[in-house]
Design a protein around this ligand. Structure first.
Ligand SMILES: Nc1ncnc2c1ncn2[C@@H]1O[C@H](COP(=O)(O)OP(=O)(O)O)[C@@H](O)[C@H]1O
Ligand SMILES: [Mg+2]
Length: 255
């Protein structure tokens, strides 16, 4: 008998309002969907429809007004803030539009940085960082400082750093926003490699329909609601592969 697999992300009746003074501003108005392991999810929708709020809610950064977020069955908001922060560091890697590396550290030190935060031994952290730079053919830049890199190279640095903790899920909020078309394609290619070869689930937000073709699942949002969900293909990941990636994230394995 095959074991029923738990969704990697499960969103149930998710509502989020912001309060400005006494005025309630509903931003997410009741969302329901699931994401399976190994999917490449592209969330599309016009500016202001709630995409970043949704990502932040999944990341445990925005307490929902109503509803639930479950990550592989774990209810995110049943944890306290510290619990959510360490869960987030372990399970998620993040790539943003605005780079958030540290200027005084070189490329390899920046990639290793999240491991230093979590107390990993320096040599272990550096050798993991080296592996990832190698995987993305970026090792020749290891001694460069971020300001010496082009915009595309800076985003490659962000992708490498997002992977260092062996997360299950890579979250990317408008990652191509500041890039020219050719460089943006390179970044999308890196995300696809990460999805297809490293078997990470990718959740990406964009307002550019150009990137629909990378998705296994498309989620269209409009005004705080889901307008449509299209399952374009099913990620072909066995439960053994899923367990392997999950174990890597729990332990000290390399990519
Ligand atoms: N902290 C906040 N306080 C009040 N309103 C907010 C806050 N964050 C986002 N909003 C509002 O929620 C709506 C959705 O924002 P956002 O999730 O950033 O949309 P998107 O990422 O799709 O552009 C916008 O109208 C925005 O002004
Ligand atoms: Mg946004």
């Amino acid at each position: 008998m095959t074991k029923k697999r738990i969704p990697t992300v499960e969103i149930k009746n998710l509502k989020k309002s912001f309060f400005v003074g006494k005025e309630e501003i509903p931003v997410l108005k009741g969302l329901d969907f699931t994401i399976d392991f190994g999917e490449f999810v592209v969330i599309l929708g016009p500016s202001g429809c709630g995409k970043s709020t949704l990502l932040n809610t999944i990341l445990g950064l925005e307490q929902p007004t109503e509803g639930q977020v479950l990550i592989r069955g774990k209810e995110v908001y049943s944890m306290d803030e510290d619990g959510r922060a360490s869960f987030r560091r372990q399970k998620f890697g993040m790539v943003y539009q605005q780079p958030n590396w540290i200027r005084s550290l070189n490329v390899i030190e920046n990639v290793a940085f999240p491991l230093h935060v979590s107390g990993t031994h320096h040599q272990t952290a550096m050798s993991k960082a080296k592996n990832i730079l190698y995987l993305f053919k970026f090792d020749k830049f290891e001694k460069y400082y971020p300001m010496e890199l082009s915009g595309g190279q800076q985003q490659k640095l962000s992708v490498c750093r997002a992977l260092i903790t062996n997360p299950w899920i890579i979250m990317a909020d408008e990652p191509t926003g500041n890039l020219d078309t050719v460089t943006a394609e390179d970044l999308m290619y890196d995300l696809k490699v990460l999805n297809a070869e490293s078997k990470r689930t990718v959740i990406m937000v964009t307002h550019n329909p150009e990137y629909e073709r990378y998705a296994t699942k498309l989620i269209y949002m409009e005004d705080g609601l889901i307008k449509n969900i299209k399952q374009k293909s099913k990620p072909l990941i066995s439960s053994e592969e899923e367990e392997r990636v999950v174990d890597l994230a729990e332990g000290e394995g390399i990519v």
